[in-house]
Write a protein that binds this ligand. Sequence first.
Ligand code: FE2
Ligand code: FE2
Length: 170
Amino acid sequence: MGLLTPNQLKSLQSLYTIQLRYLLSTENQILKGLNSMIEHASDQQLKQAFQSHLQETEVHVSRLNQLIAEANAGDVDDKKDPIITALIGSGENIVSESDEGPVRDAGLIATAQKIEHYEIASYGSARDWARILNLENHAQLLQKTLDEEKHADELLTTISQRANQSAAVA
Ligand SMILES: [Fe+2]
Ligand SMILES: [Fe+2]
């Protein structure tokens, strides 16, 4: 993990650009996590939801690369977000501690929703900072991603209502 040196966060601008780099790490880790969730989910609607969010996540990565290039954020490879590492690890635990089927699906949905909520919080802050920094084009792109994260979360809530019932009788 790229630890910050003292004084690196001396302005909202630097906080913002570093947030973009952590978000890039977040999204790249989510790409791998979603591939694993697609592989291990049984419910077809859930698999499909993960698959379509994987495609959106690829767009999230390219948006961040664009914003980072515009923000002159420097080397983009040295930030690793430890929160998302832990969240994805908890999803791996669900898989290793369950058999394929509805109970595992219910656990995967819960993990995926934690990840979406973390993204929603992170993108919300980044969008607000972009706005304050007069980077209106950045704020608009971040808002697009934020809307897709919220939609993914809502879809998972809908799927969970049926999937949790299946888990209850498994
Ligand atoms: Fe995302
Ligand atoms: Fe997401």
